[in-house]
Design a protein. Structure first.
Lengths: 515, 119
Protein backbone atom coordinates (compact mmCIF):
# COMPACT_ATOMS: atom_id res chain seq x y z
CA UNK A 1 0.00 0.00 0.00
CA UNK A 2 1.28 3.38 -0.91
CA UNK A 3 0.62 6.05 1.70
CA UNK A 4 -1.25 9.15 0.57
CA UNK A 5 1.19 11.82 -0.49
CA UNK A 6 0.82 15.53 0.23
CA UNK A 7 0.07 17.94 -2.61
CA UNK A 8 2.71 18.90 -5.13
CA UNK A 9 3.35 22.33 -3.65
CA UNK A 10 3.78 20.90 -0.20
CA UNK A 11 6.16 18.30 -1.60
CA UNK A 12 8.18 21.01 -3.30
CA UNK A 13 8.24 22.92 -0.02
CA UNK A 14 9.81 19.91 1.63
CA UNK A 15 12.72 19.77 -0.78
CA UNK A 16 13.57 23.48 -0.70
CA UNK A 17 17.21 22.82 0.32
CA UNK A 18 17.72 20.60 -2.73
CA UNK A 19 16.04 23.08 -5.07
CA UNK A 20 18.11 25.92 -3.65
CA UNK A 21 21.30 23.95 -4.23
CA UNK A 22 20.44 23.43 -7.90
CA UNK A 23 19.45 27.08 -8.37
CA UNK A 24 22.58 28.37 -6.65
CA UNK A 25 24.87 25.99 -8.56
CA UNK A 26 23.34 27.15 -11.86
CA UNK A 27 23.63 30.79 -10.90
CA UNK A 28 27.30 30.36 -10.00
CA UNK A 29 27.80 28.85 -13.46
CA UNK A 30 26.07 31.80 -15.13
CA UNK A 31 27.79 34.43 -13.00
CA UNK A 32 31.07 32.85 -13.97
CA UNK A 33 30.48 33.17 -17.72
CA UNK A 34 28.96 36.64 -17.59
CA UNK A 35 31.51 38.19 -15.22
CA UNK A 36 34.16 40.33 -16.86
CA UNK A 37 36.95 40.22 -14.31
CA UNK A 38 39.74 37.67 -14.48
CA UNK A 39 39.78 37.19 -10.73
CA UNK A 40 37.51 34.42 -9.55
CA UNK A 41 38.12 34.68 -5.80
CA UNK A 42 34.76 36.31 -5.10
CA UNK A 43 33.01 33.21 -6.45
CA UNK A 44 34.51 31.23 -3.57
CA UNK A 45 33.03 33.61 -1.00
CA UNK A 46 29.75 33.72 -2.88
CA UNK A 47 29.55 29.91 -2.93
CA UNK A 48 30.27 29.78 0.79
CA UNK A 49 27.51 32.33 1.38
CA UNK A 50 25.04 30.40 -0.79
CA UNK A 51 25.84 27.18 0.98
CA UNK A 52 25.40 28.93 4.32
CA UNK A 53 21.91 30.03 3.24
CA UNK A 54 21.08 26.43 2.35
CA UNK A 55 22.47 25.34 5.72
CA UNK A 56 20.05 27.70 7.47
CA UNK A 57 17.15 26.15 5.56
CA UNK A 58 18.38 22.68 6.45
CA UNK A 59 18.59 23.64 10.12
CA UNK A 60 15.09 25.12 9.99
CA UNK A 61 13.73 21.95 8.40
CA UNK A 62 15.52 19.90 11.02
CA UNK A 63 13.77 21.76 13.81
CA UNK A 64 10.33 21.61 12.22
CA UNK A 65 10.49 18.11 10.81
CA UNK A 66 8.62 15.64 12.96
CA UNK A 67 7.01 13.23 10.58
CA UNK A 68 9.00 11.67 7.81
CA UNK A 69 6.83 10.86 4.85
CA UNK A 70 7.84 9.38 1.55
CA UNK A 71 7.20 11.87 -1.24
CA UNK A 72 7.50 12.00 -5.04
CA UNK A 73 6.01 8.56 -5.60
CA UNK A 74 7.93 7.11 -2.64
CA UNK A 75 11.25 7.95 -4.18
CA UNK A 76 12.59 10.25 -1.46
CA UNK A 77 11.93 10.86 2.20
CA UNK A 78 12.84 14.09 3.94
CA UNK A 79 13.75 13.09 7.48
CA UNK A 80 16.12 14.22 10.20
CA UNK A 81 18.64 11.54 9.32
CA UNK A 82 18.99 12.89 5.79
CA UNK A 83 18.97 16.50 6.97
CA UNK A 84 21.79 15.95 9.44
CA UNK A 85 23.96 14.44 6.70
CA UNK A 86 23.01 17.20 4.27
CA UNK A 87 24.30 19.58 6.91
CA UNK A 88 27.58 17.68 7.04
CA UNK A 89 28.00 17.85 3.22
CA UNK A 90 27.22 21.55 3.19
CA UNK A 91 29.75 22.23 5.95
CA UNK A 92 32.35 20.34 3.94
CA UNK A 93 31.35 22.39 0.89
CA UNK A 94 31.67 25.70 2.74
CA UNK A 95 35.13 24.79 4.01
CA UNK A 96 36.16 23.60 0.52
CA UNK A 97 35.03 26.75 -1.24
CA UNK A 98 36.67 29.04 1.32
CA UNK A 99 39.87 27.01 1.38
CA UNK A 100 40.11 26.66 -2.40
CA UNK A 101 40.53 30.38 -3.09
CA UNK A 102 44.22 30.54 -2.20
CA UNK A 103 44.95 27.15 -3.65
CA UNK A 104 43.47 27.90 -7.06
CA UNK A 105 45.21 31.27 -7.10
CA UNK A 106 48.54 29.59 -6.37
CA UNK A 107 48.23 27.53 -9.54
CA UNK A 108 46.69 30.40 -11.56
CA UNK A 109 43.54 28.48 -12.17
CA UNK A 110 40.69 30.92 -12.55
CA UNK A 111 37.94 28.38 -13.03
CA UNK A 112 34.51 29.34 -11.78
CA UNK A 113 33.12 25.92 -12.66
CA UNK A 114 34.99 24.55 -9.66
CA UNK A 115 32.42 26.04 -7.29
CA UNK A 116 29.51 25.05 -9.45
CA UNK A 117 30.74 21.46 -9.59
CA UNK A 118 31.19 21.37 -5.81
CA UNK A 119 27.58 22.49 -5.39
CA UNK A 120 26.26 19.98 -7.88
CA UNK A 121 28.17 17.23 -6.08
CA UNK A 122 26.58 18.32 -2.80
CA UNK A 123 23.16 18.21 -4.47
CA UNK A 124 23.83 14.63 -5.53
CA UNK A 125 25.00 13.62 -2.07
CA UNK A 126 21.99 15.15 -0.35
CA UNK A 127 19.59 13.58 -2.81
CA UNK A 128 21.31 10.24 -2.26
CA UNK A 129 20.83 10.23 1.51
CA UNK A 130 17.20 11.30 1.11
CA UNK A 131 16.31 8.67 -1.46
CA UNK A 132 14.33 5.57 -0.63
CA UNK A 133 14.24 4.21 -4.14
CA UNK A 134 17.02 2.33 -5.91
CA UNK A 135 16.59 4.42 -9.05
CA UNK A 136 16.90 7.72 -7.23
CA UNK A 137 19.94 6.40 -5.39
CA UNK A 138 21.66 5.55 -8.65
CA UNK A 139 20.88 8.87 -10.33
CA UNK A 140 22.01 10.75 -7.23
CA UNK A 141 25.17 8.66 -7.01
CA UNK A 142 26.08 9.63 -10.56
CA UNK A 143 25.22 13.27 -9.89
CA UNK A 144 27.65 13.09 -7.00
CA UNK A 145 30.38 11.19 -8.88
CA UNK A 146 30.55 13.01 -12.21
CA UNK A 147 31.52 16.42 -10.74
CA UNK A 148 34.11 14.68 -8.56
CA UNK A 149 35.65 12.93 -11.60
CA UNK A 150 35.89 16.30 -13.32
CA UNK A 151 37.27 18.04 -10.22
CA UNK A 152 40.05 15.50 -9.74
CA UNK A 153 41.23 16.34 -13.25
CA UNK A 154 41.16 20.07 -12.55
CA UNK A 155 44.87 20.52 -13.40
CA UNK A 156 44.47 19.69 -17.05
CA UNK A 157 48.14 19.98 -17.90
CA UNK A 158 49.33 17.96 -14.95
CA UNK A 159 49.79 14.27 -15.71
CA UNK A 160 49.19 13.15 -12.13
CA UNK A 161 45.93 15.00 -11.93
CA UNK A 162 44.82 13.51 -15.24
CA UNK A 163 45.86 10.04 -14.11
CA UNK A 164 43.85 10.51 -10.94
CA UNK A 165 40.81 11.63 -12.87
CA UNK A 166 40.90 8.86 -15.45
CA UNK A 167 41.64 6.19 -12.87
CA UNK A 168 38.81 7.34 -10.66
CA UNK A 169 36.46 7.62 -13.60
CA UNK A 170 37.16 4.13 -14.97
CA UNK A 171 37.14 2.35 -11.62
CA UNK A 172 34.20 4.42 -10.43
CA UNK A 173 32.18 3.55 -13.52
CA UNK A 174 32.89 -0.14 -13.04
CA UNK A 175 31.78 0.12 -9.41
CA UNK A 176 28.66 2.02 -10.46
CA UNK A 177 27.77 -0.63 -13.00
CA UNK A 178 28.22 -3.39 -10.43
CA UNK A 179 25.94 -1.43 -8.12
CA UNK A 180 23.41 -1.01 -10.91
CA UNK A 181 23.51 -4.70 -11.74
CA UNK A 182 22.91 -5.52 -8.09
CA UNK A 183 19.92 -3.17 -8.06
CA UNK A 184 18.54 -4.86 -11.18
CA UNK A 185 18.80 -8.25 -9.52
CA UNK A 186 17.07 -6.97 -6.38
CA UNK A 187 14.31 -5.50 -8.51
CA UNK A 188 13.98 -8.78 -10.36
CA UNK A 189 13.76 -10.75 -7.13
CA UNK A 190 11.35 -8.53 -5.23
CA UNK A 191 9.48 -6.63 -7.93
CA UNK A 192 10.05 -3.20 -6.44
CA UNK A 193 12.64 -0.44 -6.42
CA UNK A 194 11.38 1.00 -3.17
CA UNK A 195 13.63 0.19 -0.25
CA UNK A 196 10.81 -0.27 2.26
CA UNK A 197 8.86 -2.53 -0.09
CA UNK A 198 11.97 -4.60 -0.77
CA UNK A 199 12.50 -4.94 2.97
CA UNK A 200 8.89 -6.02 3.56
CA UNK A 201 9.04 -8.43 0.64
CA UNK A 202 12.14 -10.12 2.01
CA UNK A 203 10.68 -10.27 5.52
CA UNK A 204 7.40 -11.85 4.47
CA UNK A 205 9.01 -14.32 2.10
CA UNK A 206 11.79 -15.64 4.26
CA UNK A 207 12.09 -16.60 7.84
CA UNK A 208 15.62 -17.91 7.85
CA UNK A 209 18.75 -17.68 5.82
CA UNK A 210 18.55 -21.22 4.46
CA UNK A 211 15.30 -20.50 2.66
CA UNK A 212 16.73 -17.33 1.17
CA UNK A 213 19.77 -19.13 -0.12
CA UNK A 214 17.96 -22.17 -1.48
CA UNK A 215 14.95 -20.50 -3.05
CA UNK A 216 16.25 -17.11 -4.07
CA UNK A 217 20.02 -16.72 -4.28
CA UNK A 218 19.40 -13.70 -6.51
CA UNK A 219 18.57 -11.61 -3.45
CA UNK A 220 21.87 -12.49 -1.81
CA UNK A 221 23.85 -11.84 -5.01
CA UNK A 222 22.06 -8.57 -5.64
CA UNK A 223 22.65 -7.50 -2.06
CA UNK A 224 26.35 -8.27 -2.29
CA UNK A 225 26.69 -6.33 -5.54
CA UNK A 226 25.01 -3.27 -4.02
CA UNK A 227 27.33 -3.76 -1.08
CA UNK A 228 30.42 -3.73 -3.36
CA UNK A 229 29.25 -0.55 -5.04
CA UNK A 230 29.12 1.28 -1.74
CA UNK A 231 32.35 -0.31 -0.45
CA UNK A 232 34.11 1.21 -3.44
CA UNK A 233 32.90 4.72 -2.71
CA UNK A 234 33.75 4.43 0.97
CA UNK A 235 37.26 3.11 0.17
CA UNK A 236 36.95 0.01 2.32
CA UNK A 237 39.37 -2.87 1.82
CA UNK A 238 39.53 -4.79 -0.51
CA UNK A 239 38.06 -2.03 -2.70
CA UNK A 240 40.49 0.64 -1.53
CA UNK A 241 43.16 0.25 -4.22
CA UNK A 242 42.20 3.40 -6.12
CA UNK A 243 42.31 5.63 -3.06
CA UNK A 244 46.02 6.50 -2.67
CA UNK A 245 46.60 7.21 -6.38
CA UNK A 246 43.44 9.23 -6.82
CA UNK A 247 43.88 11.17 -3.60
CA UNK A 248 47.49 11.92 -4.42
CA UNK A 249 46.91 13.10 -7.96
CA UNK A 250 43.78 15.14 -7.39
CA UNK A 251 44.14 18.80 -6.38
CA UNK A 252 44.66 18.80 -2.61
CA UNK A 253 41.49 20.72 -1.84
CA UNK A 254 39.42 18.33 -3.94
CA UNK A 255 41.06 15.41 -2.13
CA UNK A 256 39.82 16.87 1.12
CA UNK A 257 36.29 17.17 -0.23
CA UNK A 258 36.43 13.63 -1.61
CA UNK A 259 37.74 12.06 1.55
CA UNK A 260 35.16 13.77 3.74
CA UNK A 261 31.93 14.36 1.86
CA UNK A 262 31.89 11.49 -0.64
CA UNK A 263 32.73 9.02 2.09
CA UNK A 264 30.05 10.36 4.42
CA UNK A 265 27.47 10.24 1.61
CA UNK A 266 28.31 6.66 0.69
CA UNK A 267 28.25 5.53 4.33
CA UNK A 268 24.94 7.27 5.04
CA UNK A 269 23.32 5.73 1.98
CA UNK A 270 24.75 2.37 2.92
CA UNK A 271 23.13 2.76 6.32
CA UNK A 272 19.82 3.76 4.77
CA UNK A 273 19.73 0.97 2.17
CA UNK A 274 20.80 -1.83 4.46
CA UNK A 275 18.81 -0.51 7.41
CA UNK A 276 15.59 -0.39 5.40
CA UNK A 277 15.92 -3.29 2.99
CA UNK A 278 18.10 -5.96 4.54
CA UNK A 279 16.99 -5.68 8.10
CA UNK A 280 15.33 -9.05 8.03
CA UNK A 281 16.28 -11.47 10.79
CA UNK A 282 17.01 -14.12 8.20
CA UNK A 283 19.79 -11.96 6.84
CA UNK A 284 20.93 -10.88 10.29
CA UNK A 285 21.75 -14.09 12.04
CA UNK A 286 24.59 -12.61 14.00
CA UNK A 287 22.26 -10.13 15.65
CA UNK A 288 20.31 -12.94 17.28
CA UNK A 289 23.39 -14.56 18.69
CA UNK A 290 23.07 -17.51 16.36
CA UNK A 291 26.33 -16.95 14.58
CA UNK A 292 26.17 -17.78 10.93
CA UNK A 293 29.20 -17.31 8.77
CA UNK A 294 27.20 -16.13 5.83
CA UNK A 295 25.58 -13.19 7.57
CA UNK A 296 26.50 -9.95 5.85
CA UNK A 297 27.18 -8.44 9.27
CA UNK A 298 29.99 -10.94 9.64
CA UNK A 299 31.32 -9.97 6.21
CA UNK A 300 31.29 -6.30 7.18
CA UNK A 301 33.08 -7.15 10.39
CA UNK A 302 35.98 -8.85 8.63
CA UNK A 303 36.24 -6.08 6.05
CA UNK A 304 36.32 -3.48 8.82
CA UNK A 305 39.24 -5.24 10.51
CA UNK A 306 41.08 -5.60 7.19
CA UNK A 307 40.53 -1.93 6.34
CA UNK A 308 41.83 -0.72 9.69
CA UNK A 309 44.95 -2.86 9.45
CA UNK A 310 45.76 -2.04 5.81
CA UNK A 311 45.16 1.67 6.20
CA UNK A 312 47.28 2.08 9.27
CA UNK A 313 50.15 -0.25 8.39
CA UNK A 314 50.75 0.98 4.86
CA UNK A 315 50.67 4.59 5.99
CA UNK A 316 53.65 3.95 8.27
CA UNK A 317 56.05 3.73 5.36
CA UNK A 318 54.85 6.69 3.28
CA UNK A 319 56.81 9.87 2.80
CA UNK A 320 54.27 11.70 0.70
CA UNK A 321 51.91 13.63 2.98
CA UNK A 322 48.90 13.27 0.70
CA UNK A 323 49.43 9.52 0.54
CA UNK A 324 49.73 9.39 4.33
CA UNK A 325 46.41 11.16 4.61
CA UNK A 326 44.92 8.90 1.92
CA UNK A 327 45.85 5.79 3.88
CA UNK A 328 44.66 7.47 7.03
CA UNK A 329 41.34 8.05 5.26
CA UNK A 330 41.19 4.31 4.57
CA UNK A 331 41.90 3.60 8.25
CA UNK A 332 39.13 5.96 9.30
CA UNK A 333 36.76 4.22 6.88
CA UNK A 334 37.61 1.07 8.84
CA UNK A 335 36.75 2.69 12.17
CA UNK A 336 33.50 3.94 10.69
CA UNK A 337 32.75 0.46 9.40
CA UNK A 338 33.12 -0.90 12.94
CA UNK A 339 30.66 1.74 14.11
CA UNK A 340 28.30 0.79 11.28
CA UNK A 341 28.43 -2.89 12.23
CA UNK A 342 27.81 -1.88 15.84
CA UNK A 343 24.75 0.06 14.76
CA UNK A 344 23.39 -2.80 12.68
CA UNK A 345 23.75 -5.19 15.62
CA UNK A 346 22.21 -3.06 18.34
CA UNK A 347 20.09 -0.48 16.46
CA UNK A 348 20.05 1.75 19.50
CA UNK A 349 20.51 5.54 19.65
CA UNK A 350 23.90 5.31 21.32
CA UNK A 351 25.73 3.42 18.58
CA UNK A 352 23.90 5.55 16.02
CA UNK A 353 24.93 8.86 17.59
CA UNK A 354 28.51 7.59 17.98
CA UNK A 355 28.64 6.92 14.24
CA UNK A 356 27.17 10.26 13.19
CA UNK A 357 29.29 12.19 15.68
CA UNK A 358 32.35 10.56 14.14
CA UNK A 359 31.29 11.87 10.73
CA UNK A 360 30.80 15.36 12.14
CA UNK A 361 34.21 15.31 13.79
CA UNK A 362 35.85 13.81 10.71
CA UNK A 363 34.35 16.50 8.46
CA UNK A 364 36.00 19.34 10.36
CA UNK A 365 39.23 17.45 10.94
CA UNK A 366 39.65 16.14 7.40
CA UNK A 367 38.72 19.35 5.62
CA UNK A 368 40.92 21.40 7.93
CA UNK A 369 43.92 19.13 7.49
CA UNK A 370 43.68 19.14 3.70
CA UNK A 371 43.25 22.93 3.55
CA UNK A 372 46.37 23.38 5.71
CA UNK A 373 48.35 20.90 3.58
CA UNK A 374 47.19 22.69 0.43
CA UNK A 375 48.73 25.90 1.76
CA UNK A 376 52.06 24.16 2.43
CA UNK A 377 52.10 22.51 -0.98
CA UNK A 378 55.13 23.73 -2.99
CA UNK A 379 53.99 25.20 -6.26
CA UNK A 380 56.63 23.73 -8.56
CA UNK A 381 56.48 20.03 -7.68
CA UNK A 382 52.75 19.83 -7.11
CA UNK A 383 53.14 17.21 -4.41
CA UNK A 384 53.87 17.44 -0.71
CA UNK A 385 56.65 15.29 0.68
CA UNK A 386 57.36 15.22 4.40
CA UNK A 387 60.59 17.13 3.77
CA UNK A 388 58.63 19.94 2.15
CA UNK A 389 57.11 20.65 5.53
CA UNK A 390 60.47 21.09 7.27
CA UNK A 391 60.36 24.13 9.48
CA UNK A 392 57.24 25.42 7.77
CA UNK A 393 55.72 26.15 11.16
CA UNK A 394 58.05 29.13 11.58
CA UNK A 395 56.95 30.67 8.33
CA UNK A 396 53.24 30.19 8.83
CA UNK A 397 52.62 29.77 12.56
CA UNK A 398 48.84 30.03 12.41
CA UNK A 399 48.35 27.49 9.63
CA UNK A 400 50.81 25.11 11.26
CA UNK A 401 49.09 25.43 14.63
CA UNK A 402 45.71 24.58 13.14
CA UNK A 403 47.28 21.72 11.20
CA UNK A 404 48.64 20.43 14.51
CA UNK A 405 45.12 20.55 15.95
CA UNK A 406 43.76 18.51 13.05
CA UNK A 407 46.59 16.02 13.17
CA UNK A 408 46.07 15.51 16.90
CA UNK A 409 42.38 15.08 16.20
CA UNK A 410 43.13 12.45 13.53
CA UNK A 411 45.37 10.62 15.96
CA UNK A 412 42.73 10.78 18.67
CA UNK A 413 44.47 12.82 21.30
CA UNK A 414 42.32 14.76 23.79
CA UNK A 415 40.88 17.37 23.89
CA UNK A 416 40.36 17.31 20.11
CA UNK A 417 37.08 16.05 18.69
CA UNK A 418 38.81 13.04 17.13
CA UNK A 419 39.53 11.68 20.58
CA UNK A 420 35.99 11.87 21.85
CA UNK A 421 34.47 10.63 18.59
CA UNK A 422 36.81 7.65 18.48
CA UNK A 423 36.34 6.89 22.17
CA UNK A 424 32.56 7.07 21.89
CA UNK A 425 32.53 4.95 18.73
CA UNK A 426 34.78 2.25 20.16
CA UNK A 427 33.02 2.25 23.50
CA UNK A 428 29.58 1.85 21.97
CA UNK A 429 30.84 -0.86 19.61
CA UNK A 430 32.56 -2.71 22.46
CA UNK A 431 30.00 -2.35 25.25
CA UNK A 432 26.68 -2.03 23.43
CA UNK A 433 27.32 -4.15 20.37
CA UNK A 434 29.79 -6.61 21.86
CA UNK A 435 32.30 -6.29 19.01
CA UNK A 436 35.29 -7.18 21.17
CA UNK A 437 37.85 -8.39 18.64
CA UNK A 438 37.37 -5.64 15.99
CA UNK A 439 37.55 -2.90 18.60
CA UNK A 440 40.70 -4.28 20.20
CA UNK A 441 42.40 -4.60 16.80
CA UNK A 442 41.30 -1.08 15.89
CA UNK A 443 42.68 0.24 19.18
CA UNK A 444 46.08 -1.36 18.56
CA UNK A 445 46.13 -0.11 14.96
CA UNK A 446 45.19 3.31 16.19
CA UNK A 447 48.27 3.30 18.42
CA UNK A 448 50.39 2.61 15.33
CA UNK A 449 48.69 5.49 13.54
CA UNK A 450 50.06 7.98 16.07
CA UNK A 451 53.52 7.36 14.60
CA UNK A 452 52.76 8.56 11.11
CA UNK A 453 50.54 11.38 12.27
CA UNK A 454 53.12 12.79 14.64
CA UNK A 455 55.76 12.41 11.95
CA UNK A 456 54.05 15.21 10.06
CA UNK A 457 54.28 17.42 13.13
CA UNK A 458 57.92 16.49 13.70
CA UNK A 459 58.72 17.76 10.21
CA UNK A 460 56.64 20.87 10.75
CA UNK A 461 58.10 21.91 14.08
CA UNK A 462 61.33 20.08 14.83
CA UNK A 463 63.23 19.72 11.55
CA UNK A 464 65.67 22.27 10.36
CA UNK A 465 64.46 24.46 7.56
CA UNK A 466 66.51 24.13 4.39
CA UNK A 467 65.17 27.46 3.26
CA UNK A 468 64.59 26.43 -0.33
CA UNK A 469 60.86 27.06 -0.19
CA UNK A 470 59.90 30.60 -0.94
CA UNK A 471 57.61 32.17 1.65
CA UNK A 472 55.56 33.66 -1.18
CA UNK A 473 54.33 30.16 -1.99
CA UNK A 474 52.59 30.02 1.36
CA UNK A 475 50.29 32.92 0.65
CA UNK A 476 47.09 32.94 2.66
CA UNK A 477 44.15 35.28 2.32
CA UNK A 478 40.99 35.66 4.37
CA UNK A 479 39.31 32.61 2.82
CA UNK A 480 41.68 29.95 4.09
CA UNK A 481 42.14 31.71 7.43
CA UNK A 482 38.37 31.72 7.98
CA UNK A 483 38.06 28.10 6.88
CA UNK A 484 40.91 26.98 9.15
CA UNK A 485 39.51 28.96 12.08
CA UNK A 486 36.03 27.49 11.67
CA UNK A 487 37.37 23.95 11.38
CA UNK A 488 39.80 24.39 14.26
CA UNK A 489 37.15 25.95 16.47
CA UNK A 490 34.68 23.14 15.94
CA UNK A 491 37.32 20.43 16.35
CA UNK A 492 38.06 21.83 19.80
CA UNK A 493 34.44 22.60 20.60
CA UNK A 494 33.10 19.15 19.71
CA UNK A 495 36.02 17.63 21.58
CA UNK A 496 35.37 19.53 24.80
CA UNK A 497 31.58 19.84 24.82
CA UNK A 498 30.18 17.01 22.70
CA UNK A 499 26.96 16.43 24.62
CA UNK A 500 24.79 18.98 22.82
CA UNK A 501 25.79 17.52 19.44
CA UNK A 502 24.92 14.07 20.70
CA UNK A 503 21.51 15.35 21.78
CA UNK A 504 20.89 16.82 18.32
CA UNK A 505 22.01 13.62 16.62
CA UNK A 506 19.83 11.46 18.85
CA UNK A 507 16.80 13.47 17.68
CA UNK A 508 17.43 12.22 14.18
CA UNK A 509 17.55 8.59 15.29
CA UNK A 510 13.83 7.88 15.32
CA UNK A 511 13.33 9.10 11.78
CA UNK A 512 15.59 6.36 10.50
CA UNK A 513 13.51 3.65 12.11
CA UNK A 514 10.25 5.25 11.06
CA UNK A 515 11.23 4.94 7.38
CA UNK B 1 6.26 -23.71 -23.28
CA UNK B 2 8.86 -24.23 -25.99
CA UNK B 3 6.28 -23.88 -28.82
CA UNK B 4 5.90 -20.21 -27.96
CA UNK B 5 9.47 -19.65 -29.09
CA UNK B 6 8.98 -21.12 -32.58
CA UNK B 7 7.86 -17.80 -34.17
CA UNK B 8 10.92 -16.16 -32.72
CA UNK B 9 13.25 -18.81 -34.13
CA UNK B 10 11.53 -18.48 -37.50
CA UNK B 11 11.90 -14.70 -37.35
CA UNK B 12 15.62 -14.97 -36.61
CA UNK B 13 16.10 -17.53 -39.38
CA UNK B 14 14.27 -15.41 -41.96
CA UNK B 15 16.09 -12.24 -40.96
CA UNK B 16 19.47 -13.93 -41.08
CA UNK B 17 18.70 -15.79 -44.33
CA UNK B 18 17.32 -12.72 -46.11
CA UNK B 19 20.22 -10.55 -45.01
CA UNK B 20 22.92 -12.97 -46.11
CA UNK B 21 21.08 -13.84 -49.34
CA UNK B 22 20.92 -10.17 -50.38
CA UNK B 23 24.60 -9.59 -49.65
CA UNK B 24 25.60 -12.74 -51.50
CA UNK B 25 23.42 -11.86 -54.50
CA UNK B 26 24.93 -8.40 -54.82
CA UNK B 27 28.42 -9.87 -54.61
CA UNK B 28 27.65 -12.43 -57.33
CA UNK B 29 25.48 -10.38 -59.70
CA UNK B 30 26.46 -6.76 -59.07
CA UNK B 31 28.77 -4.74 -61.36
CA UNK B 32 32.28 -3.96 -60.03
CA UNK B 33 34.14 -0.71 -60.76
CA UNK B 34 36.97 -0.42 -58.21
CA UNK B 35 38.63 2.98 -57.70
CA UNK B 36 41.14 4.57 -55.29
CA UNK B 37 38.54 6.71 -53.57
CA UNK B 38 36.34 3.71 -52.90
CA UNK B 39 39.21 1.84 -51.30
CA UNK B 40 39.83 4.61 -48.77
CA UNK B 41 38.91 3.78 -45.19
CA UNK B 42 35.95 5.86 -44.17
CA UNK B 43 36.13 8.10 -41.15
CA UNK B 44 33.53 10.53 -40.00
CA UNK B 45 34.38 14.23 -39.94
CA UNK B 46 37.62 14.50 -41.87
CA UNK B 47 39.66 13.00 -44.69
CA UNK B 48 42.33 10.44 -44.00
CA UNK B 49 45.75 11.83 -44.81
CA UNK B 50 49.17 10.32 -45.02
CA UNK B 51 50.40 11.74 -41.70
CA UNK B 52 48.93 8.77 -39.93
CA UNK B 53 46.75 8.43 -36.90
CA UNK B 54 48.95 10.46 -34.57
CA UNK B 55 48.18 13.76 -36.21
CA UNK B 56 46.31 16.15 -33.94
CA UNK B 57 43.03 17.47 -35.17
CA UNK B 58 40.58 20.03 -34.00
CA UNK B 59 38.92 19.48 -30.63
CA UNK B 60 35.91 21.44 -31.89
CA UNK B 61 34.63 18.33 -33.59
CA UNK B 62 34.33 16.55 -30.25
CA UNK B 63 32.79 19.54 -28.52
CA UNK B 64 30.10 19.82 -31.14
CA UNK B 65 29.51 16.07 -30.95
CA UNK B 66 29.13 16.12 -27.16
CA UNK B 67 26.81 19.10 -27.19
CA UNK B 68 24.76 17.53 -29.95
CA UNK B 69 24.47 14.37 -27.87
CA UNK B 70 23.31 16.30 -24.80
CA UNK B 71 20.65 18.31 -26.56
CA UNK B 72 19.57 15.37 -28.65
CA UNK B 73 18.90 13.35 -25.51
CA UNK B 74 16.57 16.10 -24.40
CA UNK B 75 14.22 15.00 -27.18
CA UNK B 76 14.52 11.39 -26.03
CA UNK B 77 13.13 12.48 -22.67
CA UNK B 78 10.35 14.50 -24.25
CA UNK B 79 8.80 11.65 -26.24
CA UNK B 80 7.73 9.45 -23.29
CA UNK B 81 6.72 12.62 -21.46
CA UNK B 82 4.41 13.61 -24.31
CA UNK B 83 2.67 10.22 -24.35
CA UNK B 84 1.64 10.39 -20.68
CA UNK B 85 1.21 14.14 -20.52
CA UNK B 86 -2.62 14.06 -20.42
CA UNK B 87 -2.77 11.57 -17.56
CA UNK B 88 -0.36 13.40 -15.29
CA UNK B 89 -1.66 16.86 -16.10
CA UNK B 90 -0.31 20.22 -15.11
CA UNK B 91 2.38 18.75 -12.85
CA UNK B 92 4.06 17.17 -15.84
CA UNK B 93 4.13 20.50 -17.61
CA UNK B 94 6.01 22.15 -14.75
CA UNK B 95 8.36 19.20 -14.42
CA UNK B 96 9.27 19.51 -18.08
CA UNK B 97 9.72 23.27 -17.73
CA UNK B 98 12.09 22.68 -14.84
CA UNK B 99 14.05 20.17 -16.88
CA UNK B 100 14.21 22.52 -19.87
CA UNK B 101 15.19 25.37 -17.55
CA UNK B 102 18.26 23.44 -16.42
CA UNK B 103 19.10 22.70 -20.06
CA UNK B 104 18.75 26.38 -20.97
CA UNK B 105 21.25 27.23 -18.24
CA UNK B 106 23.62 24.74 -19.84
CA UNK B 107 22.93 26.22 -23.26
CA UNK B 108 23.69 29.77 -22.13
CA UNK B 109 26.85 28.51 -20.48
CA UNK B 110 27.98 26.75 -23.65
CA UNK B 111 27.14 29.78 -25.77
CA UNK B 112 28.99 32.28 -23.56
CA UNK B 113 31.99 29.97 -23.32
CA UNK B 114 32.28 30.25 -27.09
CA UNK B 115 31.90 26.59 -27.91
CA UNK B 116 29.48 27.35 -30.71
CA UNK B 117 31.89 29.68 -32.53
CA UNK B 118 33.73 27.73 -35.13
CA UNK B 119 36.53 30.16 -35.92
Amino acid sequence: MMPIEPGILEQLGMIIPLLLLVVFASSILLIDVFAESEDRAYLGYLTAFFLFVVLIFVAKDFNNNNVSRQIFHSSIVIDKFGLIFTGIFIIAGILTSLGSIDYLKKYDIAIGEFYSLIMFAITGMSLMVFSTSLMTIFVALELMSLPIYALSGLFRVNNRSLESSVKYFILGSVASSILLFGMVLLYGATGSVNLVTIGNEITTKYTNLKTVLSSDPIIIIGMLMVFIGFMFKTATAPFHMWTPDVYEGAPTIVTGFMSVAVKAAAFATFLRVFGLSFNNDALLHLANGAISNTSWIQVLNILAIATVIIGNLVALNQRNVKRILAYSAIAHAGYLMIGLVGYFITKDPITYSALVLYFLSYTFTGMGAFIAISIFEPKDTNKVMLDDLNGAAYKKPFVAATLAIFIFSFAGIPPMSGFFAKFYLFKSAYVNAGLHIPVIIALIASVFSVYYYLRILVHLYMKKDYGDVDVKDYKTTAGSVIALSIAGFFVLYIGILPDQYITIIKHSFLSLIGG
Amino acid sequence: MSETYIPMVLMIAIAFGLGSALVLLSVVLGPKYPSDVKDYPFECGHLIDSDGARKKHSIKFYMIAIIFLLFDLEIVFMYPWATVFREIGITALFEMFFFLGILVVGYIYVWKKGVLEWE
